[in-house]
Ligand binder design. Structure first.
Ligand SMILES: Cc1cc2nc3c(=O)[nH]c(=O)nc-3n(C[C@H](O)[C@H](O)[C@H](O)COP(=O)(O)OP(=O)(O)OC[C@H]3O[C@@H](n4cnc5c(N)ncnc54)[C@H](O)[C@@H]3O)c2cc1C
Ligand code: FES
Length: 274
């Protein structure tokens, strides 16, 4: 492939020939903005990751400051093959994410990815169910699926209205957005499982994709089982290597010990909640 002067990042990557499934790249930041208190959206240039990222996959992020040697796993919130941009949405939880939050445009991070197995992309009528930072990979799922002509509905839950700033991010890529809050300040009062049975009964979803606190995913999986709708869940474990080598993310499943980083993070619910 001969490159013309104005080749897009995707064309430049394609010109390199076939790439390995994952890459380890230095990625300059394009932007970093606060979405709400303690939650930031970072966008970096990483065309070789943007081009191959599937929804539900994650990256291991390295920051050369703050004394953090280990990389931190973060789900892919957006990936645009045309611009080569990859976005991550994260909560400042400790020293790794704090160091990340202090970076400015043109600072560089290290990105290893895309890692793990993502969500199924074959469903015709999927419902995405999320809470907290679990909504981050669901955002890419909604954008990716829309780009592949599949509309998604989203059910999101939070403690209060303030936690549902996500609805702004999903407004252009989801068809219907259903909201619940624990205190009733927005949407239906209660957990996502308060309205999930009704949604499953009325809408004929052929897949539920859940990402959020484990207790939420367990309860979502239970409701899905009762309504005979397949459910996928994305698990979180502390990770060392992200590549299947250190065993720090091992879990028990119906088919024995599996590694969340390599065999997951997405699993059929019945494989892990049994
Ligand atoms: C596959 C995967 C995808 C993830 N995607 C996202 C994402 O999109 N956005 C986001 O905000 N976070 C995400 N996380 C969680 C994120 O990795 C942790 O918040 C981050 O590693 C904390 O690093 P730290 O150095 O800031 O905190 P540390 O100083 O290491 O820890 C601070 C606190 O965070 C908790 N913590 C650390 N790692 C995890 C973890 N893996 N799971 C749960 N709690 C943890 C610790 O128990 C501790 O209480 C993801 C985790 C995994 C495994
Ligand atoms: S993080 Fe090392 S094996 Fe999963």
């Amino acid at each position: 492939m001969t490159l013309h002067e104005h080749a897009t990042p995707a064309e430049k990557v394609a010109a390199m020939g076939s790439l390995p499934a994952k890459v380890d790249v230095k990625a300059p930041l394009v932007s970093q903005e606060a979405l709400t208190e303690g939650v930031l959206k970072l966008t970096a240039v990483a065309p070789s990751i943007a081009l191959r990222a599937m929804p539900g996959q994650f990256v291991q992020v390295g920051v050369n400051r703050g004394g953090t040697l280990l990389r931190r796993p973060l789900g892919i919130a957006e990936a645009d093959p045309a611009t080569g941009h990859v976005s991550l949405i994260y909560r400042v939880a400790g020293k790794g994410t704090l160091a990340l939050s202090q970076l400015k445009p043109d600072d560089e991070i290290k990105l290893l990815g895309p890692l793990g197995h993502g969500f199924s992309t074959k469903a015709e009528k999927p419902l995405l169910v999320g809470g907290g930072m679990g909504l981050s990979p669901l955002l890419y799922a909604a954008e990716y699926l829309l780009g592949h002509k599949t509309e998604t509905d989203v059910l999101m839950g939070g403690r209060t209205e303030k936690e549902l700033f996500w609805q702004q991010l999903f407004k252009d890529c989801a068809k219907n957005i259903h909201l619940t809050t624990d205190d009733g300040s927005l949407g239906t009062k209660g957990f996502v499982t308060t309205i999930l049975p009704e949604l499953l009964k009325e809408n004929g979803y052929d897949l539920v994709i859940a990402c959020g606190p484990e207790i939420m995913m367990k309860n979502v999986a239970k409701v899905c089982k009762e309504h005979d709708v397949p459910c996928e869940v994305s698990l979180e474990r502390r990770m060392g290597c992200g590549l299947g080598a250190c065993l720090s993310c091992s879990i028990d499943t119906v088919s024995g010990r599996r590694k969340v980083c390599k065999d997951g993070p997405v699993f059929p619910a019945e494989e892990v909640f049994f």
